[in-house]
Write a protein that binds this ligand. Structure first.
Ligand SMILES: *Cc1c(COP(=O)(O)O)cnc(C)c1O
Length: 402
């Protein structure tokens, strides 16, 4: 695939001001302007330089284990009456797609002469991916994490520490993700010259959503090539992915955005039910507002306070979605579904029993939606299997119905 060296001026890509239609932008405090501006001015130039591309792709191959397989799940296909392919991001080193983006951003930070990496994490998955790559590159790493989340996610806290990262508790507010984000931003404001802030999904101020989508786009580049080898055509009928912030979905969709005959299916977490008050189904419940310095759809009260989300899967437990996905929803390019906790858990067991793959509970949401889609026998469906279930063993055990 030809490298894209400048902003693609198409309907589904970010424009020069950082917007996807109505969504996006960079609503940042003035103190952060120099950091974000530096990134904006340089990211495409650096990312598409031949030696960056070479270094990035060599690490994706030798360290992450790319290309990940595109696997025709034959028993699942028989059950759902269509050809179901799984894009095996669960086989990436560290167990999920997040590492694709983390490698990209840390390499980019090095080329901007940054000496330190900071990140925030909720459940700890992005923190672990960042700590891993900082260990690989010998860079000091500070991960901000809500004190409550640190209690809830002890194994990931210890993983980060084993990898040499410093985990800093955020003790303000509800002591969860948004408080960790605030602390990380405060730290970045105070250390603008030598630090890079690694954001873990297609969220945050421009250029982060576009940059993260481009790092994850390796997923759909591989899908096209692998599908062509398997079936003779590059384009499936459907690409299905779960959406927390939206990075595995953005990666799986990226090289299909303009191919409108390829239907893009996004799966949000309905938690205990969309209208139960315990959900993370952003497009079903959300309104336009500003979260994480970006204008997008988010769950909020009538007076604009962000609503506490709920999902059984930590990676989908986020009250917003990235601006690209808000635009895909708004324009009808993407079709959004929501899946409850129980439906996701059942799909996780189904995949385990039918294919011998225990998925992350996030990814199980993308499997569960196959029940709701009306598939025809000649349909080709690619599901982004974003992560593996090892991290979720406790949740499977607590759920217990297997
Ligand atoms: C973090 C995570 C997600 C959700 O993040 P996106 O940015 O929406 O992809 C999904 N699946 C897994 C396995 C994750 O770790």
């Amino acid at each position: 695939m030809a490298a894209v060296t400048e902003l693609q001026k198409t309907f589904y890509h970010v424009d020069e001001n950082g917007y996807y239609g109505k969504f996006g932008g960079a609503y940042i405090p003035e103190m952060l302007y120099p950091n974000v501006e530096e990134l904006k001015e340089n990211y495409l130039k650096i990312m598409y330089s031949p030696d960056f591309q070479q270094e990035f792709h060599k690490l994706l191959k030798d360290y992450v284990g790319r290309p990940t397989p595109l696997y025709l799940a034959s028993r699942l296909s028989e059950k759902f009456g269509a050809s179901i392919y799984l894009k095996r991001e669960d086989l990436c080193h560290t167990g999920a797609h997040k590492v694709n983006n983390t490698i990209g951003q840390v390499l980019l930070a090095r080329r901007l002469n940054k000496k330190r990496i900071i990140a925030e994490t909720g459940a700890g998955q992005h923190g672990v991916a960042t700590a891993t790559i900082c260990a690989l590159m010998g860079m000091p790493c500070k991960v901000f994490m809500g004190a409550v989340d640190m209690q809830r996610q002890k194994p990931n806290v210890e993983r980060m520490r084993i990898l040499g990262a410093e985990v800093i508790p955020a003790n303000s507010g509800s002591k969860t993700l948004k408080d960790a984000t605030n602390e990380a931003l405060r730290h970045w404001i105070n250390n603008p010259v030598d630090s890079h802030y690694v954001i873990g999904s297609v969220v945050g101020p421009h250029p982060y959503p576009d940059m993260v989508a481009r790092f994850q786009a390796v997923v759909s580049a591989e899908i096209r090539q692998q599908l062509k080898e398997e079936t003779g055509t590059e384009k499936p009928d459907y690409v299905v992915a779960c959406v927390g912030g939206g990075s595995n979905a953005a990666g799986a969709y990226y090289h299909f955005l303009e191919d409108t005959e390829v239907k893009l299916i996004a799966v949000e977490a309905a938690g205990m039910g969309v209208h139960s008050g315990k959900s993370a189904a952003t497009t079903a419940l959300g309104k336009i507002g500003i979260i994480h310095s970006s204008k997008t759809l988010l769950m909020q009260t009538d007076d604009g306070q962000i609503t506490e989300p709920h999902s059984i899967s930590a990676g989908l437990d986020y009250p917003g979605i990235g601006p690209l996905h808000a635009h895909l929803y708004d324009t009808g390019r993407g079709t959004f579904y929501s899946i409850t906790d129980d439906e996701a858990m059942e799909a996780g067991i189904l995949l385990s029993r039918m294919e011998g793959i225990i998925p992350a509970i996030e990814s199980a949401h993308a499997i569960a939606v196959l029940h709701q889609m009306e598939l025809k026998s000649d349909d080709v469906v690619v599901v982004s299997l974003s992560g593996r279930g090892d991290k979720d063993l406790e949740t499977y055990i607590r759920w217990g119905k297997y």
